[in-house]
Design a protein around this ligand. Structure first.
Ligand SMILES: [Zn+2]
Length: 239
């Protein structure tokens, strides 16, 4: 895995601007694992995709994730501090795929975990119900006892998928410091990482602009510098 450098971060940021979050996640993975094919990355289960995103995020921005969340009861803004080691449930480099079995009414049904292609197919559905049905339709595999009607089984399938791929659905236990309300919220790994990339890209372009004006260096030259060296030149430039 290759942490995002100034140049690769900006390039992923530029490409991801107009993309759907599902494609954006793949753009980030392609930047971190340039040797992997698109097929390979798109075929990762969502849990394995998110494990890789967490690992890439840690290598790029560090162990701690900081953010804010609003209490749903009193609207107090709460600062959130999470550690990657507590969120990472599996080795991001291990891609143990395979099929799974769930038992419903005494029948064994085989399924596979949804990947980015399945999410993309579900993203164009009209609503959540249709999206779940689309995922079920794609992820149920032929069974020896005949194919069941997926519609009746989508809820059971979602439960079985969550159990088989816990990294795909990170639930945070939250407590409001002001009113003591307790609730849980899902962590959107891709969305969180993207907002950090967006902020970092804006800062980086700001630095490039400043250094290019003062020293006349090209964007490529400035981005090739280590962050430490860039920071020092910014100090010398009076910032
Ligand atoms: Zn509150």
């Amino acid at each position: 895995m290759r942490p995002l450098s100034g140049a690769s971060l900006l390039s992923a940021w530029e490409q991801g601007q107009s993309q759907h979050p599902v494609d954006r996640a793949l753009t980030l993975l392609a930047a971190g694992w340039p040797e992997a094919s698109f097929e390979e990355l798109a075929g990762l289960s969502i849990g394995r995709r998110d494990a890789r995103l967490l690992a890439l995020r840690r290598a790029t921005f560090g162990e701690v994730l900081r953010g804010f969340v609003s209490c749903p009861v009193c609207a107090e803004a709460l600062e959130l501090e999470l550690r990657t080691s507590e969120l990472l449930l599996q080795d991001p480099e291990v891609d143990a795929g395979g099929d799974f079995t769930m038992t419903v009414d005494g029948r064994d049904l085989r399924f596979r975990l949804p990947d980015s292609r399945d999410l993309a197919a579900a993203a164009v559905c009209a609503g959540a119900e249709e999206a779940s049905a689309r995922i079920a339709d794609r992820c149920f595999l032929a069974t020896t006892t005949g194919d069941p009607p997926p519609a009746a089984l989508t809820a059971a399938l979602a439960t079985a998928m969550a159990a088989a791929d816990p990294q795909a659905d990170l639930s945070l236990a939250l407590r409001c410091a002001a009113c003591a309300h307790e609730w849980s919220d899902a962590l959107d790994v891709q969305g969180f990482f993207w907002s950090e990339i967006d902020a970092a890209a804006v800062r980086l372009l700001d630095d490039v602009d400043r250094l290019a004006r003062v020293y006349g260096w090209s964007e490529a030259e400035i981005l090739a510098m280590s962050p430490r060296r860039r920071r020092r030149y910014l100090e010398l430039a009076g910032r």
